[in-house]
Every structure is written in C-alpha cells, then in structure tokens.
Design a protein around this ligand. Sequence first.
Ligand code: PMT
Length: 400
Amino acid sequence: MFANKKIVLGICGGIAAYKAADIASWLKKNGADVHCVMTANAAKFISPLVLQALTANPVAVDEFVTGPGWGIVHIALADKADALVIVPATANVIGKIAAGIADDALTSAVLAATCPLFMAPAMNTNMYRNPAVQHNLATLREHGWHILPPASGHLACGAVGEGKLPDVTVIEEALQKLLLPRQDLAGKKVLVTAGPTSEPIDPVRYITNRSSGKMGYAVAAVARERGAEVVLVSGAHLATPAGVRLIKSGSAVEMREAVISEYDTCDIVVMAAAVADYRVAAPADRKIKKTDDNDELTLHLVKNPDILRELGEKKTHQLLVGFAAETNDLDAYATAKLQKKNADMLVGNDVSRAGAGFDVDTNIITIFQPGGIKTEYPLCSKQQAAEYILDAVVEALRGR
Ligand code: PMT
C-alpha cells in the first residue's frame, strides 16, 4: 500500500510511546520505508532498538550522531520524508513546534520538513485542555498540520477524560487518508481565480483590494492534490502550488480574457478572486502630477465585466463555484448572487468575523446551493476550507 513512501515517524516522551511500535510495524508491513526519530525522553519509555528492529533502519535520538549515509541527521530526515508523523505528540513538543524551536533531532527535522505533517497528541486531560496547549494546536492547524484529536478514556495518570492516544486502528485510518490522498478529481480540469485585481490609474498607481490570494491558492493546491489538472488565474504574490499552471493576470479585463480562454475545456471553475467592480475609464499614460492649484482629483470609473455572470450565461457542462465576501446579511447577498450569476455553488464568507476572509490563513465559510441548501462550516485553515468546498463539488458532480 505504501510502496515508495518514506515516512519519518517522530516519537515523544509519553506513556503512549510504546504504541508507536505498532504504527512503525504497520507502516513497514505495508511497504513504507520508516525512519524513526525520538526525543531523549521517548527513549526512556521505549528502546530505540525496538524501533530499529521493526523498521530495519537506524533510529535518530541524538542529532549529533551520524549513521552511514545520513549526513546532517535532521536535514537528511526532513529531505527524505514523504510525510512526517508524530505519535504520540506531547504538550512540550507541540509547544516547541508551535514556537519554531528546534533543539533536538525531532523538532529540527520538523522545522526543515516541507512534506505533509501529522500528529496524534496524547497527554493528561488538564494538560490537553490547557489554553496554552489549545492555542499551540490551533497554531499548528493554521500551519497546515493534520492533527488527530485524542480519544477519551482512562489515562495512565489515573484520570478519566480526553487525552488518550486513539486506538492504533484509528491512527492507521487517518494515516492512510494522509498518505493516499483521494484522487476524486482525477480526469477533471479545474480553473481557479485568486487574489485581487489591480486597476491602473497611471503607470505607477492602481486600485486594488485586500485579497491576498490565499483562499484561491489553497483551492488550487487541494484540487491538484486530489488529482485534477489545475489552471490558476491570479495576480497574487504567492508561490504557485506544485503541479498547478499559473496564468498571471493584473486587471479584471485581463482576468476575464484568461478565464474565457480556458473555460470551454474546464469541468469546474472556482472564482475565489476579489474582482474590482469598477476600473478607471482611461488610465493616464504618464504619472499624474500633483498641482498647487488643485486640491481634488476626480477619477472617472466604469464598470468591469462581471466574469462569473458571463460564465454563468455561457455555462454548458461546467460546475460553477462563486464566492461572496460580505460584512453583513451574508445569507441574503450570497443567495442573490448564486441566482443572479447562475452559479451552482456560492461560498460565502463574512469578512467581519475574526479569522475569516482577507489575508488570514483561516476562514469561516458557508456553502449555498440552489434549492435553499445552506451548509455552515467551522473556523478552519484555508486548506481545510478548500477540502470542504471540493467535497461539496464532488458531491454535486455525483448528483448530475
Ligand atoms: O485572498 P484571501 O486574502 O485569501 O481572501 C479570500 C477572499 C475573501 C477574497 C475570498 O474568500 C472571497 O470571498 N472572494 C470573493 C470576493 C468578493 O468580494 O466577491 P464579490 O462579492 O465581489 O463577487 C462575487 C463573485 O463574483 C466572486 O466569485 C467574484 O470572483 C465574482 N466576480 C465579481 C466581480 C466581477 N466583476 N467579476 C466576477 O467574476
């Protein structure tokens, strides 16, 4: 199942450390190349020798010890990983990772890793509920960590409550999902718009808005991970997600041109961009100079093309997803836009709520669909919001 997958398995110093042996063994049996990295405290709970025997690989505890072909331990571990998995994750290590501290082989490897990251926290109930730990976990979620919530039950300390490491089978199921992501968009072409448009005033100035592009880029990245061919149209200043084709656009008119040129061959369009509704009618071709005799400057604006509305009118087979950023009356505005633009789905975000909307890593979305269907989602990372949106898209395509 996991042939060709290299997994770095991090183990922290908690009583549940011994269960990491089961996870290492299961990964290995399923074809993964498993490399364990333990904290010094973890090595007091379970011998590195056990993990070495189960994985047939050396185990890193001390970052200054080298093995054959290891180079610098934490970099070698981070570079080789297709996924970095921590079972169990203790409050201490969670705090260090959230703060960017790298003071041993495990936390240094985490800091250098660019692969998917997963952890299963396990600790005493009060420690788990402590606001500092909850804050750190929220930070890690925002940074893209996949975090498996602990189970409830009898804990080693005698307490009964949340904090128990989930059953090994539950962890295995979560890892399977992480390591073998769904390919439910394979064979589909997805077009995503993201970020602001910029409407020139003169060669040095333009009108824009607060969109960073993060929401649309997350949709593009997740659609690609789920197997789609993805074209992203954007003028945002973000790194293009791996495997995604970027068409750079500046103004709404440029964005429209790019979108229309790809539209016929698309199966799904997600318009996450914050497109300016108006542009300067005749941008100056030279820098507009301030004059002593004039305290006012009037810009004459004209309406931009409504790209989503045009797509709605031209729609043949495409599934059309629009967005609505509102500060009030989200339901009414989003429902009206869904209808007016002939979209199949409208993702509403109330940008007046903390953690939602422009230039943050999280969002709070509500998906509106024809027939008065409305689904609300909790505050989550934009990656997770993208998963929710694409889940709804896949579901809608299934119903066609
Ligand atoms: O980029 P981030 O910082 O991550 O922020 C994300 C976001 C808040 C920009 C995003 O989640 C979002 O809500 N995007 C839509 C922004 C918006 O204000 O949309 P709107 O209500 O103006 O437009 C409704 C829909 O029509 C949108 O899908 C928009 O792309 C589209 N539209 C709008 C105007 C226009 N001229 N052409 C369009 O196609």
